[in-house]
Ligand binder design. Structure first.
Ligand SMILES: NC(=O)c1ccc[n+]([C@@H]2O[C@H](COP(=O)([O-])OP(=O)(O)OC[C@H]3O[C@@H](n4cnc5c(N)ncnc54)[C@H](O)[C@@H]3O)[C@@H](O)[C@H]2O)c1
Length: 591
């Protein structure tokens, strides 16, 4: 294809427009910048000069390249200059009437073949296009901030946009070394549509005091490998901006999960807009600073001290049990590995030995430490041997009847004062607790797979858990170098309750033919910095496991938006469970 759009006008040279202008000029295109007035034009030019000078300082651009690209950019305040452009990119503030009147004027000024693109995040591209007499040549081009480093570009078609115009703009994006994805006209498009629904749930979780802001953020960073926690991210984005995007999403979807959490409105009303105003969910050193500072805690009361833990028992012989035994043994705790038979326990210990061996081979563990850890692990086929353990961690099958039976048995065996923990990820901890005569001593310890590598442990207290039992587990986590977060006993705890609705939203987007598997995965990786796209993750986790968690969440909260997407149910019914069966959202079968 011929290189599209040799001359591009950029209207509005603020945060986004200035970045877009520089990216276009770097690709050798002529750029006609238009600002609202002469002062704004001067300021915009200053911004472009300053940002390119920084790029030279950081070695991203040579001085010659900078001079060449600056020579390609003109900045003025007369919109008529846009008549010389092949494409106009609008990047003025997010205001529908402003954008509509601007497009009406551009429509009068520009020749009929000129393509007009809006940079809106959450406004209706269709309504902007309707202000012109050329809706087939109007589309959305959604760059991400900062433009120079973010590779994602969402190319948004309305029902009237011509395929040719969309393909030309996608080609333009590729020539800027960006990755274009195709989206339809819906508030938030792909990346923000999925991201903001999740951020909203995190805000609501904080608001309900289910967990602290630090714990919610740590859980999503450490449990899912996200670059930032949701509340810190809301502060970065700006609470007002987030609320506006969510309002626009709700107006279109009528999905209650998109209705801005009340706390967002309160923060905005109080002028606590996030980093830019020095305070949002967190308090910062100064407005604009990224450094959060601790606040005075008026009602902080001393915490109970934990019970002493010397010997630990772990019940189970599967992946989680073996991984958890490894965590404790490596930290120097003697561990009884208790399975249903001596043989199963021996096999699990052999598995553990292989895992330690791999760590040695990778240079992460010395041979002495390997031997010391292995010597601390005693396999047994009899739960009776757990009588002396100070803490027993249960990691058997995810089946309530099986777990309750085990807890009843442990109740008969464990010494008084022993802490009994379950690693369940989707069953109520309280149901394990009530199988014993000592529910105060029962707590949840939700490890993540692989346990030796994943830092996060969700510490789940029921309404009956004693404070010193929770404290015991929190202290132990610190000793075995895990990061504990505290939460209550409800479906999904923190991580799964925030993660799976997002995965479900992605499936729904696919099911509605809004975007493709590849484009959705690309949008989340490049637009939000996620380590994996939602479909990659679903295929790894397993579609059956994901469906079960979504059903449990829906069952608990009865929120219509949490109902599992029928497409997921269909794939599970068809036996497409992800990587483990060779096929899920993608085909993994070897060719
Ligand atoms: N900031 C982000 O992270 C981000 C990311 C993606 C998309 N967007 C979207 O990009 C668009 C621009 O946002 P921004 O953050 O760059 O805003 P901004 O406030 O930084 O910049 C807007 C610029 O437009 C100028 N302007 C206002 N009215 C004008 C007019 N009539 N003619 C010409 N120029 C005019 C202003 O002087 C200002 O320089 C918005 O639609 C926004 O939603 C923003």
């Amino acid at each position: 294809m011929e290189r599209p759009f040799p001359t591009v006008a950029v209207v509005g040279l603020g945060t986004m427009g200035a970045g877009v202008a520089v990216a276009l000029a770097r690709s050798g295109r002529r750029v006609i910048g238009v600002e609202a007035g002469p002062t704004q034009a001067l300021r915009a030019l200053g911004r472009i000069e300053a940002s390119t000078a920084r790029a030279v300082e950081r070695g991203r651009l040579s001085a010659d390249e900078r001079a060449a690209l600056l020579a390609l950019i003109e900045v003025g305040d007369d919109l008529h200059a846009a008549a010389r452009a092949d494409l106009v990119v609008e990047e003025v503030p997010e205001d529908l009437e402003l954008k509509r009147s601007l497009f009406a004027e551009l429509d009068r000024i520009c020749p009929p073949e000129t393509v007009l693109a809006t940079g809106t995040t959450a406004l209706s591209v269709t309504r902007i296009a309707a202000a012109t007499a050329r809706p087939e040549r109007v589309l959305g081009v959604h760059f991400f901030n900062p433009v120079h480093s973010m590779r994602l570009v969402e190319v948004v078609r309305t029902v009237l946009t011509s395929a040719q115009a969309a393909e030309q703009v996608a080609e333009l994006a590729r020539s800027l070394d960006k990755e274009p994805v195709a989206a339809g006209d819906r508030a938030g498009f792909i990346a923000n549509g999925l991201l903001f629904a999740y951020l909203n749930q995190a805000a609501a979780m904080f608001e309900s005091r289910y967990a602290t802001r630090e714990d919610i953020d740590a859980a999503m960073r450490l449990g899912c490998g996200l670059p930032m926690g949701p509340l810190a991210l809301l502060d970065l984005i700006g609470i007002d901006t987030a609320r506006t995007v969510l309002e626009a999403m709700y107006a279109q979807s009528k999905d209650r999960l998109h209705a801005p959490a009340p706390v967002l409105g309160q923060l905005v009303a109080a002028g606590l807009l996030g980093r830019k105003s020095g305070r949002g969910f967190y308090t910062y050193e100064a407005p604009g600073s990224s450094k959060a500072v601790p606040e005075q805690q008026a009602d902080a009361r001393p915490r109970a001290a934990g019970r002493e833990v010397r010997g630990i028992g772990v019940c189970g012989s599967g992946t989680m049990a073996t991984g958890i035994v490894e965590v404790f043994a490596k930290a120097g705790f003697p561990v009884l590995l208790a399975a249903r038979s001596q043989e199963k326990a021996e096999r699990a210990k052999a598995q553990l030995a292989r895992s330690l061996e791999r760590s040695v081979a990778r240079g992460r563990l010395s041979e002495q430490d390997r031997d010391a850890a292995l010597a601390l692990v005693t396999p047994t086929g009899s739960y009776r041997d757990l009588a002396d353990a100070d803490l027993v961690v249960e990691a058997v099958a995810e089946d309530l009847a099986v777990k309750r039976e085990l807890f009843a048995a442990l109740d008969a065996i464990a010494k008084p004062g022993a802490v009994l923990a379950t690693t369940t990820s989707s069953l109520p901890v309280i149901s394990c607790a009530t199988a014993t005569s000592r529910p105060r001593d029962v707590v949840g310890m939700h490890f993540f797979n692989p346990a030796p590598a994943m830092k996060l442990v969700e510490v789940v207290s029921t309404v009956l858990t004693a404070e010193d039992v929770t404290a015991t587990v929190l202290e132990l986590c610190a000793k075995v170098r895990k990061h504990p977060v505290e939460c209550g006993d409800r479906a999904g705890f923190i991580v799964n309750a925030l993660l799976f609705p997002y995965l479900n939203d992605a499936v729904r987007m696919l099911q509605e033919h809004y975007a493709t598997v590849d484009d959705i995965d690309t949008a989340m990786k490049l637009g939000c910095g996620y380590p994996m796209g939602p479909f990659e993750l679903l295929d790894v986790v397993g579609l059956d496991v994901s469906l079960t968690i979504e059903q449990v969440l829906h069952q608990e909260f009865r929120e219509p938006g949490l109902a599992a997407a029928p497409l997921l149910e269909h794939l599970v019914a068809a036996g497409c469970l992800g990587r483990k069966t060779g096929r899920g959202f993608r085909d993994h079968a070897r060719r």
